[in-house]
Ligand binder design. Sequence first.
Ligand code: ADP
Ligand code: MG
Ligand code: MG
Length: 889
Amino acid sequence: TDRDHRWVYPFAEAPASNKTLLGGKGAGLAAMTAAGLPVPPGFTITTEACVAYQSHGHHFPEGMWTQAREALKSVEEATGRTFGDPENPLLLSVRSGAAVSMPGMMDTVLNLGLNDETARGIARQTGDERFAWDAYRRFVAMFGEIVMGVEAERFERVLERAKAKTSGGRDTDLTPEALQEVVAQFKRLVFGEQRGVPFPDDPEEQLRMTIAAVFDSWDNDRARAYRRVHRISDRIGTGVTVQAMVFGNMGWESGTGVAFTRDPSTGEKTLYGEYLLNAQGEDVVAGTRTPKPLAQMEADLPDAFAQFREIAGRLEAYYGDVQDVEFTIEQGTLWLLQTRTAKRSGAAAVKTAVDMVAEGVIDRETAIRRVSPEALDGLLHPTVDPDAEVTLLAEGLPASPGAATGRVVFTSDDAEAQAASGEPVILVRQETSPDDFHGMVASQAIVTARGGMTSHAAVVARGMGVPCVAGADTLEIDAGGGTLRANGHTVLAGDWLTVDGATGRVLLGQVPTREPQLGEDFHTLMGWADDVRRLGVRANADTPEDAQTARDFGARGIGLCRTEHMFFGDARLAAMREMILADGPGEREAALRKLLPLQREDFAGLFRAMDGFPVTVRLLDPPLHEFLPSLLDLTGRIAEIKLALRHADTLEDMDRLLDDSDTARGLLRQVERLHETNPMLGLRGCRLGLLYPEITRMQAQAVFEAAADCKASGVDVQPEIMVPLVSVATELKDQAALVREVASEVFAERGTEVDYLVGTMIELPRACLTAGQIADHAEFFSFGTNDLTQTTFGLSRDDAGRFLSTYVDRGILRADPFQVLDQEGVGQLVRMGTERGREARPGLKVGVCGEHGGEPQSVAFFHDAGLDYVSCSPFRVPIARLAAAHAAL
Ligand code: ADP
Ligand code: MG
Ligand code: MG
């Protein structure tokens, strides 16, 4: 029964390895307590209690409160203080902590247990009135915000006004009397008559209300939004940790800070962090005061620093991973408040993983697992071109690497709205809070005027791989007026800025950026990944430059060359239109003859760039109208000519305009003739080659001639010709025969032979169902999961954007199926197609070339389904390599 169930664990009795039960914070505190480190005593209420609370109509499960009071007694014994005792009061912190870290998403209340009497007691005991009232005002504000739901800004405003009256203007300059007045004003804000709720003077009542509020905070909008983005279950609940307070705000021998055992941006092996003297932890985390670098602590508090450095080393060794540690110093004594695995940039993830293998802390497999494929995205991000001329607007902390340009917005709502209309935006804020999450997700980069490396903006941006400059304190932001001033410049909302998250610079205008240089550690780790993965990784590339980039990123071949991209550019497009508008095969062949040498050159470039690796060339795929002007453009053009004719002065002008008009009308007739109601399901893919075999012939000829030429000059060429959009085996049979015929002709004519394959895309449900028959004619399959997703769902990719996000928000779909493969539906077809294909042709080579080929979850699925390779865009190649290694571990 609930009553007998254990809901509460004192740190010393808690099962430290059970993060699911205790939450990350509770588990870390239990582990540190067990290791004999200085941790203020306390206890953790389990995540199970939170889940029970949610399902019991927001009531504590039976027995929980009794157990909590029991545990509180042991805290009283350990500290020698009593909760609520005016002579010797114990103050508590009430902290939330789920099994999965959700930075800044949940709420914490400090200094709980204060009322007028206990505050006076603290003042008497410490002989420090200022301290007592400072703690009190913090408590009323946090309780007011978190438990009573009053906006934090209101408290800020009262405090700002009080600070403005002091000589120094800092919160440490407030006198006890001034603080007392602040407390009174805070109380009026929260418990004013119109609210009808009295301030709970009873500390037990305070505790009960706060625990309930922490449980409730699990369900607030920002926590839910965070969980949705990070795909965290709503059902796991948060633990609540109740702990004796230690005071970093007890004078100038006291302080509080956050430190990483290694630099979270670069991975450098140095203790890295920030701290504030005479402050409580919230001051650092909330970014309300810009903290000092940890190195300064060595000078300010050398003993505490030395002790901390030693403990940080032990914590890292104990966990075998970089730790993010929160600590407080109370009058020279060090206390540890939290340890957790540090979030880090992609670069730091790679460097620490590789370094720790060299240090003998972890093995290679662990190192591979430590780096999430998505994290590489941050590493592959561009940097500001070092040769570019730049105008510095402001400088702050390099909080999250990467460079981006965009237009300035001052609110998260504006960021979201403008990003939705396709504008790249830079979110500029005084500081960010969890309420800004939606704007941060929508932004190219984030800039804050206040806060440090561990401020909300910095932590969230690093997690998302978005560039961020934090604490650029020379920025004068007038969000209401829509202006930004610094360094003698004024920037308006909508103006361009460039953010250099790697150096912390905010630059005026659109500064060119440079593609990333990947270091030795990156190549080392990728090498290890290559050793363990089974899946091959190729790239989708249409130009020799893309092919080279892909090869540099480790692609072993091209899995998809979309030949249609080769027909853009003036000369090519003209020839292409000639081909489309040709009257009969004779004229068409003449036009194709113009395209042949251009195509041959394209393919030769790709073969040379991929020397030694296969190059898969897909025959022409899109509907032909894509190469013609649109109906709208043409009717507009004809109307223009008509108008011009009316005003024509000379006969020559008139003649010329009449000619133009004839051409335009001819084109219009052709466009009308080619018009399709639903071109994606119309005359495209192999259907084109069946109706116009000349096109297939020309493309095959270009491929084989290029291959023969390259082979003659010593290049190892491995062409693979791929027939798109096959649904009936006979379509492939026909096109494959044509390709082979052309191959023989070219080889005979050139007096050479090149090994090649003819295969097909599997991108229609019927192709998956009849994959056995298709495999009779295919030497390889490549799943085109974009079209396969469209046709399986009956969902047009170009039109679905409008409502897919609603589907995802409402949980109808877990993710956008065009980004993350729908394993239950589309994935079944992939499995079926692979199995049936290989039954008919054992050892059939099977790959995938849709967007999903570079998406880690989908890559894991393709590994399981037994595919031979994935193919993705060049910049996703390292991500696919690492994802394939993860799948194989
Ligand atoms: P978060 O999950 O947002 O990091 P925490 O529960 O860690 O929230 O609390 C926020 C800050 O409050 C911490 O950084 C810490 O400095 C301070 N804090 C928490 N518990 C105590 C305590 N027992 N004594 C002093 N400060 C505390
Ligand atoms: Mg914390
Ligand atoms: Mg397709």
